[in-house]
Design a protein around this ligand. Sequence first.
Ligand SMILES: Cc1cc2nc3c(=O)[nH]c(=O)nc-3n(C[C@H](O)[C@H](O)[C@H](O)COP(=O)(O)OP(=O)(O)OC[C@H]3O[C@@H](n4cnc5c(N)ncnc54)[C@H](O)[C@@H]3O)c2cc1C
Length: 669
Amino acid sequence: MANFKLDAKVPEGPLADKWTSYKDKINLVNPANKRSIDVIVVGTGLAGGSAAATLAELGYNVKAFCYQDSPRRAHSIAAQGGINAAKNYQGDGDSNYRLFYDTVKGGDYRSREANVHRLAEVSGNIIDQCVAQGVPFARDYGGLLDNRSFGGVLVSRTFYAKGQTGQQLLLGAYSAMNRQIARGKIQMYNRHEMLDLVIVGGKARGIIARNLITGEIERHSAHAVVIASGGYGNVYFLSTNAMGSNVTAGWKIHKKGAFFANPCYTQIHPTCIPRSGDYQSKLTLMSESLRNDGRIWVPKNMDDVMAIREGRLKPTEIAEENRDYYLERRYPAFGNLVPRDVASRAAKERCDAGYGVNKTGEAVYLDFKAAIERYGKEQAMIHGLKDASLEKIIDLGTEVIRSKYGNLFQMYEKIVDEDPYTTPMMIYPATHYTMGGIWVDYNLMTTIPGCYAIGEANFSDHGANRLGASALMQGLADGYFVLPYTIGHYLSDDIRTGPIPTDSPEFEAAENSVKEKLDFFVNNKGTHSVDYYHKKLGKIMWDKVGMARSKEGLTEAIAEIKAIRKDFWKNVSVPGDSNDLNPELEKATRVADFLELGELFAKDALERNESCGGHFREDYQTEDGEALRDDVNYAYVAAWEYKGEPSDAVLHKEELEFKDIELKTRSYK
Ligand SMILES: Cc1cc2nc3c(=O)[nH]c(=O)nc-3n(C[C@H](O)[C@H](O)[C@H](O)COP(=O)(O)OP(=O)(O)OC[C@H]3O[C@@H](n4cnc5c(N)ncnc54)[C@H](O)[C@@H]3O)c2cc1C
């Protein structure tokens, strides 16, 4: 792709009219012709599930793939806190423009304006669609949908279903899919993993998938391929992502010509349950919604820190004046509701300074005492209990907190064995979401014609940072409301193509290369397990490409990842064979891809000589430790072209234009 010019294909015209006028002008496919067009959707989380259901509802023949035993086990099910939409039910000043503004600012001005505006415009439709599907969003006393605040905004626009929003939304998308599975419009391939993309005549025309139960390698063709395979946070080994989340589908299409954008933009979430030891394989998130009511603090005095760590003192015994509510101190305007990158870095700063409150010094407190008392007093008033005792007030307040966050508190208690209603929770930042991913244009098409990427798998409308509750919004916007239009415009050229054969040399070659790789793994008989390599990679990623990065650390990381990758291909050991159910083999193919992505990730972070959002370079910070952005030199999307080794990847820049929003230093003070 020498001389390839990245074209985001953003429509002309005023920002607020772009999407409407685009939709008015695109080509449509007549319903009868849709019946002769096939679309492959890889992934059935919220993005893929909503896309598959909508495309089938429109009349296309959909083949949907996921590696779980059912679409309803996709990682999206884990989403707890909520989904944003500019409905302004509260009358607190929300609007499409404000959601657009907050998202661009929250993304540290590294998003594409036109995409973010479209996202804000369709956000309201998502809520209507999901309510119509029966998603049980929380409601207020008057029956309207309730909502709460998330970090980085000054309005309440997050719709939620207790702490199970992702699960309820996924059940909605899944039932919409099931309706079409029953009608035969969606062929569902559970327990199938896409291992390569097939390009015929320059267009994406199919995939090679492995049946994970039988080991059979299958060829599947279509007129277009949609990748909805989720995020790659597990490159860190430990993350809040589902254990199976991986980069394989994205990485395979990258190797076939799709550019990979902003790999270094990762979100580190501030409110996770701290790591408890070296033998853990997963971290657990406590939803950001908790920061609506929880206050974050560490002790002010080192004596108290030591006493707590040694078990001589309980956090509840530390007087108010001896606590450092560091977010409220540093960011009076947003307080505990600063965006995730800011809250994560502030926790790291306190813990690095020695004030961490667990044995490893990697935890801060999230405390509900004040909220319990506040709600309790309110309830006492409502119930006419003028002289309620403190005990009664605490009982009443505890019930309010239980009704808002009960399942999250229960989860915490099960894992940590402490009652968070009576003692503050301990939290610490962990890898959570990847804003980087496959580069797509305004149509959500990758640099491979006919290959689309949606949801967390693409490089995200969120920019360098993602505000809470906006991933679900983007996944569902892409699947329900954007892709169904844009893909139709592309497929309108395919109404006479007819079925795509799977016996072409391109399918043959792709299948052979997949088989070759699988054979290598089961025959290598090396000395180390796949996890051995994954853990090593994860440690380098966390230590040197994690919450804070430096030129030296990144340079070391690149060399170290290269060395691990070399060793992996020499000494990895995968038990069992490839003609059977073999989870170790599945892991091996995924870790092989992480070992390449990890290097590109570090290379991207090294290239970006600035701090923005989730990418914090220690060498680019202000005197008071805030991110130092460089809009003159780095206001672009970094889209990498595959050239063999990650170190040979070629950088293409999509310059970002900010016509409707003034670029400012992001401040939450
Ligand atoms: C604990 C947690 C809580 C969260 N809470 C929130 C929240 O409150 N609000 C919010 O907005 N966001 C939240 N997020 C983020 C949000 O959940 C995700 O960004 C979003 O669900 C991703 O959806 P997706 O459809 O893109 O991918 P996923 O849900 O990850 O789905 C990926 C799909 O791709 C399939 N797949 C992957 N690779 C292959 C392959 N090679 N072959 C075949 N199939 C493949 C999988 O089987 C799966 O079906 C949370 C994330 C976590 C980890």
